[in-house]
Ligand binder design. Structure first.
Ligand code: SAM
Length: 87
C-alpha cells in the first residue's frame, strides 16, 4: 500500500511527514530537489531523510545529487550511477 502525504523538507517542526503513521520508511525517493538548496540545507535535509528511513531502507537521489560528509559513511552505496543508497 502506498500512502501519500505532504511534507516540507525544511520544516523544523516535524521530523517526517506529519500524516505518516509509520514513523520510518522503507523507501524514500527524493530526486531533483536537493540541487535547489545550498549545501547547509542539503545536509539538513539529508540528515532528516536518514532519520526517517528504517534500518535497511533505501534512499534514491537525483542524477546530479549526492550524499555529504558524515552521511556518506552511514549509507551503503547500492548503485552509484543511479544514486541508490541503503541505510
Ligand atoms: C524539479 S522538481 C522535481 C520533481 C520530481 N522529484 C522529479 O524528479 O521529477 C522539485 C520539487 O521539489 C519540491 N520542493 C521544493 N521545496 C520543497 C520543500 N521545502 N519540501 C518539499 N518539497 C519541496 C517542489 O514542489 C518540486 O515538486
Amino acid at each position: 500500500m502506498v500512502h501519500f502525504s505532504v511534507d516540507d523538507l525544511l520544516s523544523k517542526q516535524t521530523g517526517a511527514p506529519a500524516e505518516s503513521i509509520y514513523g520510518s520508511f522503507d523507501l524514500i525517493l527524493c530526486r531533483n530537489v536537493l540541487i535547489y538548496f545550498a549545501e547547509e540545507k542539503q545536509k539538513r535535509i539529508l540528515q532528516r531523510l536518514y532519520t526517517s528511513l528504517a534500518k535497511g531502507g533505501t534512499l534514491v537521489l537525483g542524477a546530479s545529487e549526492t550524499l555529504y560528509g558524515d552521511l556518506k559513511s552511514r549509507f551503503r552505496t547500492v548503485d552509484a550511477r543511479n544514486r541508490i543508497y541503503q541505510k
